[in-house]
Design a protein around this ligand. Sequence first.
Ligand code: NAD
Length: 416
Amino acid sequence: MEFDSDLYRTAVRQLDAVALGLKLDPDIHERLRVPRRALVVSIPTLMDDGSTRVFIGYRVHHNTTLGPTKGGLRYHPDVNLGEVTALAMLMSWKCALMGLPYGGAKGGVRCNPSAMSPRELERMTRRFTTEIILMIGPDLDIPAPDLGTDEQTMAWIMDTYSMTQGKSVPGVVTGKPLIVGGSAGRRDATGRGIVYALYQAARHLRFDLKGTRAAIQGFGNVGSVVARLLWREGCQVVAVSDAKGGVHNGKGLDIRELAGHVRETGSVAGFRDAEPLTNPELLELDCDLLIPAAVGGQLTEANADRIKARVVAEGANGPTTPEADAILADRKIAVIPDILANAGGVVVSYFEWVQGLQFYFWRESEINTRLQEVITRAFNQVWGLAQRDGTTLRTAALMLGVSRIAEGKRVRGLYP
Ligand code: NAD
C-alpha cells in the first residue's frame, strides 16, 4: 500500500478501533481509511553553491466532507508519503472534533531546513508552491506552519500563489505574518490551547496547576509557548529539551532567561543554572505534567512503564504509540490526545481565515477568549464521553471526530 508507514498504521488502527465502537457503516469506514487525493512532487532547487538539488514534496487531502481541507506543512528529513497521509487523517478528526468546517490535509518536503540558507529555503518553498498550486486555494486547501516551517514560509507561499492570480490572496495560507493578514494570537495559539486543555484536566482531576512540576520536550513554536504560559501560571517547569539536548532544574527553570539563552545560542543546551539531561531522561523524569511537543513516536512500549507524570498533554502529533497508550491507560495516566491538546493552532488558523475573508480583524483578547471557549467545550465533550463509556480520552476524542465526518458522509451520500 502506497501510504504505508508506522504513523499511518497507527492512525488506521485507531480509526478501526473507534469504527468498531461506533458501529460505523462499513462503506463509510472503508472510505475514511484512505485519503481523497495525494500529490507527490519533485522540487528542483538552486542551491547557493550554484548546484541544483531535487527535493521530494507531498500534499495530501484526507477528506473534504465538511469543507475545504486544512493542515500544516512540514520540512523535516523524515517526511514521507505515509507520514503525511497519517497526519492528514489526524487533521480530519481534529477539525471535526473542534467543530470547524474543514477536512484534514497535510504536506511536507523531505529536507533538513536547519542546513539550508534562507535563500535556498525561499527558492524551494516557491517552487514547491508552484508544484502543488492545483491542490491549494482559500476555498480548496489552506496550508499552515508545522515542524520546520514558520510565518516566513507562509508569506512566501502566499506571495507565490498571489503572483499566479494577479492579486493578493491572503486566505490561501494561515499562520502568516500580521502585516499580510495574519491573526493576532496565532503564534501562541497551539501552546495556549494546550494550557487551556490543562486547566480543564486540572479541574476534572482536582489538582491545582500552580506548583505542579512540568517537563516539556521541544522548545519550538509549541514547546516554548507552553513553557512560558505554565511558568506564568506558577508551575515549576523542571525540564525542557530540544533536538540538541535538554536541561533540568528540580527547583524550576527561569523560562524568560532560558528563552534569552535560546535566542543567543539556538538551543536550550548549556543553559546555566541547570544540569544537562537527555531527551529519553526528560520523558521519564519525576514530574506531574509531561508535554511532548517535538516529534512523533516518543512514548513507546520501551519507556511507557517508566513515565512518572500524572498527565501527558500531547503537543506533538502522534507522540504516543498504541502500545504505549495501552500501558499508560492501565497505569491510570491521563493522556490528553494530540487532536484535542494541540488543536489551538488550527482553531486560530480558522479564525485567521474567517477574519481574512471578512477583511475584519479581531483583538488578541477576543481571539484568546474564543479559543478558550472552543477548547473548553471540546475537552468537556470528550471528558463526558470518556466517563460515560469508560474509555480513554483519545478514544472518546476520536469517536467524536470520526462520527461527525461519518454523519456528513451519510447525509451527502456517494457521488455519482
Ligand atoms: P518547531 O520546528 O517550531 O519546534 C520543534 C522543536 O522540537 C524544536 O525545539 C526542535 O529542536 C525540537 N526537536 C526536533 N527534533 C527533536 C528530537 N528528535 N528530540 C527532541 N526535540 C526535537 O515545531 P513546532 O511548530 O513547535 O511543532 C512541534 C510539534 O507540534 C510537531 O509535532 C507539530 O506537528 C506539532 N504541532 C504544531 C502546531 C503549530 O501550530 N506549530 C500545531 C499542532 C501540532
